[in-house]
Design a protein around this ligand. Structure first.
Ligand SMILES: *Cc1c(COP(=O)(O)O)cnc(C)c1O
Length: 375
């Protein structure tokens, strides 16, 4: 079991105990009822934001301070602010789910909190106590509870992040850092819902390399993925798949999702963590769900050429992508410089999607204590 999975197992204090660390400041311009109605009817991904944001500031001498909820709005940023020049930033993504009984829950927030700090270490940013990270989610979600959708499958997507907010052009780890946590009421990530996506394998560009920042959830990895993503889009594909930066041979992951291969003989494989792959909480949940069903996922190197051969030979039953935003999504087409293959779809992808969403929405027993009640 990975270090992150071990850390994520430590039970969190109840939400009532964590609440109040980020007290709400006055807010005199909350969204009007008509704006609210409009947003909640549309529910696009990541386009609108709730009334508040959680805020904290860190200084080298004073540590974490000024923890509060303040109105969501523009930030005062000096042009010399370090993050604008050197990209010292990390982020997370998790969702608040409103269940049929009206209660609101998070899924694996301890995993996100520990991954945030793992990313922070790599980017020379300060760690934030797990209780503050989760506490900011609790206070934000409680204050903005009306923004947690009632609609099936829709959530309040939470985006905790922190960045070098010191105004300084010298290159050094920031002496001043800002932490924010914003909420975006969102529908499903892919407009078409649970239907196969097409993937283009980027053979010319990588998102990460050995010793780089691929394992950290940091903005620069996404910046590196945008041009290849654009090339893929021009060719008619929805997403990019990246190969390892050392040999350009093995499948790492998509720009923002991990992948699994389901073989006809029953084997399930996912690229092994190699320091370049971002370790997903959904990835970990899938490995555990399959283990519970007696299937050991093989974490191994998956060579692109072998995968193509296996698809052509009919040995691949399913190929899927996973992440918090889109949960579990079938991959229906795989293309690259000199190939384009249809990938079969099958019941395992749907099964995993259903098991994980059923746990998230409280329709199935949460035997691993993944769900965390906020209110
Ligand atoms: C966030 C992310 C994932 C998925 O992680 P989850 O915890 O499952 O949401 C996968 N790859 C990259 C590059 C990511 O940034």
């Amino acid at each position: 079991m990975s270090n992150l999975e071990e850390l994520a197992k430590k039970p969190l204090p109840d939400a009532d105990e964590l609440a109040g660390r980020f007290p709400a400041q006055p807010h005199d311009h909350k969204a009007t009822e008509s704006t609210y109605q409009e947003v909640m009817e549309k529910l696009a991904f990541g386009q609108s934001f709730s009334d508040y944001m959680a805020h904290a500031r860190w200084t080298k001498d004073g540590g974490w301070q000024e923890k509060d909820l303040r109105p969501y709005g523009p930030l005062p940023v000096y042009p010399g602010t370090s993050v604008l020049h050197y990209g010292q930033e990390v982020f997370e993504g998790l969702k608040a789910y409103r269940r049929a009984d009206g209660t609101i829950w998070l899924f694996r927030p301890a995993f996100n909190a520990n991954r945030f700090n793992q990313s922070a270490r790599r980017m020379a940013l300060p760690e934030i106590p797990v209780e503050d990270f989760v506490g900011s989610c609790v206070d934000l979600v409680r204050a903005d509870a009306r923004w947690v959708p009632v609609k099936d499958g829709a959530t309040l997507y939470l985006r905790p992040f922190m960045y070098a907010s010191e105004s300084f052009l010298g290159v050094h780890p920031a002496h001043e850092v800002t932490y924010l946590n914003i909420g975006s009421p969102s529908g499903s990530y892919f407009k078409n819902g649970f239907s196969p996506v097409s993937i283009y394998v980027s053979e010319d560009y990588h998102r990460a390399g050995p010793g780089g920042t691929g394992e950290a959830k940091t903005s620069g990895n996404y910046a590196a993925s945008l041009q290849p993503q654009e090339i893929a889009a021009e060719k008619g594909y929805a997403q990019v798949c990246f190969l390892d930066g050392e040999t350009n041979t093995y499948i790492d992951e998509l720009g923002g999702m991990n992948v699994f291969v389901v073989y006809r003989d029953g084997k399930v494989a996912t690229p092994q963590l190699n320091g370049c792959i971002l370790e997903g909480g959904t990835r970990g949940a899938i490995i555990q769900v399959l283990a519970d069903e007696g299937i050991t996922v093989s974490e191994e190197r998956i060579a692109l050429h072998q995968l193509l051969d296996d698809i052509r030979a009919g040995k691949v039953a399913e190929f899927l992508a996973c992440g918090t935003a889109a949960v579990v999504t079938p991959i229906g087409k795989l293309g690259g410089k000199d190939f384009e293959l249809e990938v079969p779809t099958g019941p395992m992808t749907k099964h995993l999607h259903d098991v994980i969403t059923d746990i998230q929405w409280g329709r199935r027993e949460d035997s691993h204590g993944w769900c965390y009640r906020v209110s």
